[in-house]
Design a protein around this ligand. Structure first.
Ligand SMILES: [Zn+2]
Length: 482
């Protein structure tokens, strides 16, 4: 038995070494990683947390994002659409995917509404492997722009149809709602499939009865619905639908759901088998959603998950030297900022008593606040829903105070609700946010330009302009790959 084990061990070792030597030299890969809504201040928050938080989980105090930034080259990227200043994920994504300026809400079409081929579609035609990975639903704007062509992001069903036609080798994310109809769900011949869907009770089918689900089943995709089946999946075609819509925020996510790094790793494992190489887009889609909610605790957890996926990508690129890696955002969401505050009254006295660092009664945001933000236990979204579900008799300022304290560690000061007859949990969460030294400018997107990080073949800097438009990122990727 021992010798047999040894034989297997050496055979595996030999095979791995042979793969390392043989495949990568000829392969060209582009991995585009998009932090949806992760403007410069959001990316900086991850780096500041890694470096400054007393309980930072990063032993060397550097996020993977910062390590990659240090190794690579950096560009300041305007995402301006064709005739507006602010942008959405549809226009910005189309600009990245297809290299043409377009209008907000456009999915893979130019400013005149005409379809434009994405780098994914061109790569597929040229014989490369292709993949889309996201934590939101696959039919949402960012993944959709790579494989669909519609005048508006609202046409989810048509986008789902398009994506199945384009057929990237790998599609991992949420969005089963858009592939099933109510009748599919009731049809007993599909029982064996829906048995495997752990979130089946939450499905709200959105598909028309036009045979889309049957097409999915006949399309040659291996279908997976949870983390376990993802990890054991072999491909070569893999469709992972891990939630009815988006995956839950990672702060609320149960173990049956995969993490972004699990999806990224599987996509890379399968796509690496393509002799020519591949194009893969990986999206941290919920960074944007958490930022829309002005929920810094949920944003930080999404960023930490994103950063783990970056480690997977960097490790892959280190042993596949033909790989161009780009990490960017499609736009900023929320206008996040750490900011100092003048303190007075009870809050000032309490902070003095606690030995909290203050300079002339000003709170410049102590490092310990970063740990507090990271220690948040539930998303604001989950807290708001839990409060809304309480019986009316339990809805009061005291209950809110307890919910906020339990989830964020923040003690709201006396009279925080201003004596309102119906205290508002959203106002309480906003107050707690302010007390952590965090400010949000908006619940929508800002027009702040974003950062893009490039590491070229070999993992070093890649020559790029210092300032560019997002369409140029597409040009750089296509020039490299095609
Ligand atoms: Zn958004």
């Amino acid at each position: 038995m021992v010798s047999r084990k040894f034989f297997v061990f050496f055979a595996v070792l030999f095979f791995a070494a042979a793969q390392l030597l043989a495949a990568p030299a000829a392969q060209k890969n582009v991995i585009l990683v998009i932090g949806d809504g992760a403007g410069p201040a959001v990316m900086a928050a991850l780096m500041q947390y890694a470096k400054l938080a007393p309980a930072s989980p990063y032993q060397d105090r550097l996020s993977n994002l910062e390590k990659i930034m240090k190794a690579g080259s950096l560009s300041f990227v305007f995402n301006t659409p064709v005739d507006t200043v602010a942008v959405d994920s549809a226009a910005s994504g189309t600009q990245l995917a297809a290299g043409v300026k377009t209008y907000p809400t456009a999915i893979g079409v130019d400013a005149q509404g005409g379809p434009v081929d994405s780098i994914l579609e061109k790569a597929k035609k040229a014989g490369y492997g292709t993949g889309l990975v996201t934590t939101v639903y696959l039919q949402d704007a960012t993944p959709a722009v790579f494989a669909a062509h519609r005048p508006s992001r609202k046409y989810y069903h048509d986008i789902a149809v398009d994506m199945l036609k384009t057929k990237p080798d790998i599609m991992l994310g949420g969005g089963l709602n858009y592939y099933v109809s109510k009748n599919n769900l009731k049809d007993s011949k599909y029982n064996n499939i829906f048995e495997k869907v752990h979130y089946a009770a939450a499905l709200e089918p959105q598909s028309k009865d036009d045979g889309l689900f049957e097409q999915v089943l006949k399309s040659g995709y291996q279908l997976v619905f949870d983390k376990k089946s993802l990890l054991s999946a072999k491909g070569p075609r893999l469709l992972g639908l891990f939630a009815p819509q988006a995956l839950p925020f990672v702060i609320d996510r149960k173990p049956a759901y995969p993490l972004l790094k699990d999806m990224a790793q599987k996509a890379l494992d399968i796509l690496a088998k393509n002799e020519k190489g591949f194009f893969l887009m990986i999206e941290g889609g919920l960074i944007d959603w958490a930022a829309h909610n002005n929920d810094q605790g949920a944003v930080l957890k999404e960023l930490l998950e994103f950063d783990e996926a970056l480690a997977v990508v960097a490790d892959f690129a280190a042993v596949h030297p033909g790989t161009l890696v780009i990490i960017t955002a499609d736009h900023d969401t929320g206008g996040f900022a750490f900011n100092y505050r003048y303190l007075s009254g009870a809050e000032l006295e309490q902070k003095k008593q606690d030995g909290y660092p203050l300079y002339e009664d000003i709170d410049y945001v102590a490092f310990q606040n970063l740990d507090k933000i990271a220690a948040q236990t539930k998303s604001f979204d989950a807290l708001i829903k839990a409060y809304a579900a309480l019986p009316a008799k339990n809805k009061n300022a005291k209950t809110i105070q307890k919910i906020v304290k339990d989830a964020t560690g923040i003690d709201l000061p006396e009279g925080w609700d201003g004596g309102a007859a119906q205290p508002d949990i959203k106002a309480a969460l906003a107050r707690a946010t302010e007390m952590l030294g965090v400010a949000w400018a908006t619940q929508q997107h800002t027009a702040e330009p974003v950062l893009a990080v490039f590491t070229g073949p070999g993992g070093g800097p890649y020559p790029v302009p210092a300032v560019m438009h997002s369409t140029q990122i597409n040009n750089i990727m296509e020039k490299y790959l095609l």
